[in-house]
Design a protein around this ligand. Structure first.
Ligand SMILES: Nc1ncnc2c1ncn2[C@@H]1O[C@H](COP(=O)(O)OP(=O)(O)O)[C@@H](O)[C@H]1O
Ligand SMILES: [Mg+2]
Length: 571
């Protein structure tokens, strides 16, 4: 497609100098009175026919060029988009903690930047091909007619080069830096507002949200305007330089004419093709105004595509564990979230969970319970110390293989748009209907699913808005256990539920834990849940302070756990 499009562009470029030649021929004809009126009419008809031919060639060339380039660029854009999306999904969790990588910014980037890349490739290839072909042919013709004039023209060429330089500067100058940051921020805001429309509505934030959106748009249009002004000035300078050069050439041509070095026809065969070509060059160059945006877009997109995440879930490297017992150990772990490096969550955190054991993590809000779970999933790497599974440092394991042995149910699980069956099957791609129903039964979800008219084919809506909290949680549990993981992580799985749903979900979880011994980490607040665990770890100030069974910990005088139990019993 690029080849055919290129042929179109070259023919398109050739049209302008040929136009100049034809124009000269027609003009000169009026002075060739020696041909007689019939002869002149014949000649005029001949050249008019040539104009029609030229028009047809122009039509065909432009059609071919645009059509073929459109196809090629469309393919290119889709590929860049696909690559970019793939690269985004590959990044580690910490990358997404960065505000610059919120869902809205990334969506906007994917849309606008790849569009800018398309414009850039199409425009650049077009402009380069059309200009090179136009100028080459124009100068070829000119040179064959009068080398003196062509040389003179080449003498003023730097002047025009300067014009073009000014133009390029205007387009890719200082404004390039934040050319589309406003767009991206606006996109991020939009996505955030729509995703949390209920919150926006209940706090009546419509007006303020809208105002922030407008502000971002204005930021974007202000930079656009600046780019527009400087690009306009540059374009003006480069075009006027063209006319100054023409003025000089007319004068020089007239001088050569007087001296008798060239005749009238030759002079115009130099001037007209170049003049018409400059018209073509100007037309092609006008599309280059968005170069600054495009340049930034390319940088930003390839910045994502080329980034190799420190925790790479697409890597094929690392040990792949076939049989996992489920022994987990955190040894002398120090950790701070990369987005907040100054607040140390763990200073010296050590914890062993034996295979098949159930461990309950207890501690105040913000004490780092979920953080332990994040580290076991290897969403983050510790700053010092290490996390082990069956004695292997997680950093030596293949990321996907590690995560395939772990299932997590969190406080607010997210379902994907689709049916209940599809959602449960995400836990184990290719699961059969029988496996899905079995998992649902274990999660105590089968009965309510069957009460839906569509059963397992009921749609859960965007992010699961069409099922209740308790139902959502049980679907998430079924999704977690369908793959029969060696390690199960339950992070406040029942905390977001009302008392009734909490009881039902808790019963499902208790039954689940009895069915099979597997390594389980539970974060919960209810004493009954915690009490049943094999081990209880009380976390405070970045480390494990108390570790033991319920009975052991209750025995510690004034212990953190003993106090906690006393509080709950009082209530
Ligand atoms: N993605 C994150 N980026 C920065 N800080 C975080 C992040 N997640 C949690 N934190 C902080 O880490 C601390 C521990 O959080 P967490 O482990 O979620 O506590 P909890 O024990 O309530 O589950 C909190 O102070 C929280 O503000
Ligand atoms: Mg938590």
């Amino acid at each position: 497609n690029f080849v055919l499009g290129g042929v179109g562009a070259i023919v398109n470029g050739a049209v302008f100098p040929v136009w100049g030649v034809l124009l000269t021929k027609c003009t000169v004809l009026f002075f060739q009175t020696y041909r007689g009126s019939d002869g002149m009419r014949e000649e005029a008809l001949k050249w008019s026919g040539a104009f029609i031919g030229l028009g047809a060639a122009f039509f065909l060339a432009i059609t071919l060029q645009n059509h073929q380039f459109a196809i090629a660029c469309e393919r290119l854009t889709s590929r860049v988009r696909a690559m970019c999306f793939e690269a985004m999904l590959r990044q580690e969790i910490a990358w997404f903690d960065d505000e610059k990588h919120s869902s809205g910014s990334l969506t906007t980037r994917l849309a606008t930047d790849s569009a800018a890349i398309r414009t850039m490739t199409a425009e650049t290839v077009n402009v380069v091909l059309v200009n090179v072909s136009t100028l080459a042919i124009a100068f070829g013709i000119a040179f064959s007619q009068s080398w003196q004039m062509t040389l003179a023209f080449l003498g003023v060429f730097p002047l025009m080069g300067f014009g073009a330089f000014v133009q390029m500067q205007g387009m890719s100058g200082a404004n390039a830096k934040n050319a589309n940051d406003g767009d991206i921020k606006a996109g991020a805001l939009l996505s955030e507002a729509i995703n949390s429309i209920r919150t926006v509505a209940s706090f009546c934030l419509e007006k303020t949200t809208n105002e922030s959106y407008l502000a971002f748009l204005q930021l974007s249009s202000a930079t656009d305007r600046k780019v527009g002004i400087s690009a306009g000035i540059g374009f003006g300078v480069s075009q006027s330089c063209m006319f100054f050069a023409m003025a000089f050439l007319f004068w020089f041509g007239g001088w050569l004419l007087l001296r008798g070095d060239i005749d009238f026809e030759r002079m115009f065969l130099v001037l007209n093709p170049i003049m018409c070509s400059s018209f073509g060059v100007g037309m092609a160059a006008q599309g280059m105004g968005d170069m600054a945006k495009a340049k930034k877009a390319v940088q930003s997109i390839f910045g994502i595509i080329d980034r190799i995440p420190p925790i790479d879930c697409s890597a094929s490297t690392g040990t792949v564990l076939s049989a996992v017992k489920g022994e987990i150990e955190l040894k002398h772990v120090a950790f701070a979230y990369p987005s907040r490096p100054d607040s140390k969550i763990y200073k010296n955190y050590s914890l062993t969970i034996h295979a098949g054991q159930t461990l309950a993590l207890v501690g105040g809000s913000g004490s780092g319970k979920s953080t332990a779970i994040n580290l076991i999933e290897r969403f983050y790497d510790p700053a010092a110390g290490a996390v082990y599974l069956d004695g292997h440092d997680l950093r030596t394991l293949n990321v996907q293989s590690l995560r395939n042995h772990i299932s997590i149910v969190s406080q607010e699980p997210v379902l994907f748009a689709g049916t209940i069956a599809e959602n449960i099957a995400t836990g184990k791609p290719g699961a059969t209907q029988a496996e899905i129903e079995d998992a649902a039964k274990k999660a105590n979800a089968h009965d309510f699913i069957m009460r839906f008219p569509d059963g397992y084919n009921t749609s859960v809506g965007d992010r699961g808005v069409q099922v209740s909290g308790g139902q959502k949680q049980r679907i998430a549990i079924a999704r977690a256990i369908i793959r029969d993981p060696e390690v199960l992580l339950l992070d406040e799985a029942t905390s977001a539920l009302d008392t009734e749903s909490e009881r039902i979900v808790q019963e499902s979880l208790d039954a689940l834990l009895k069915q099979k011994r597997r390594t389980t980490v539970i974060v919960a607040h209810r004493l009954s849940t915690i009490r049943n665990a094999d081990m209880i770890a009380v976390v405070n100030d970045g480390k494990v302070c108390e570790l033991g069974t319920h009975d052991e910990l209750v025995g510690i005088m004034n212990g953190l756990y003993a106090n906690l139990v006393a509080q709950q019993v009082q209530m």
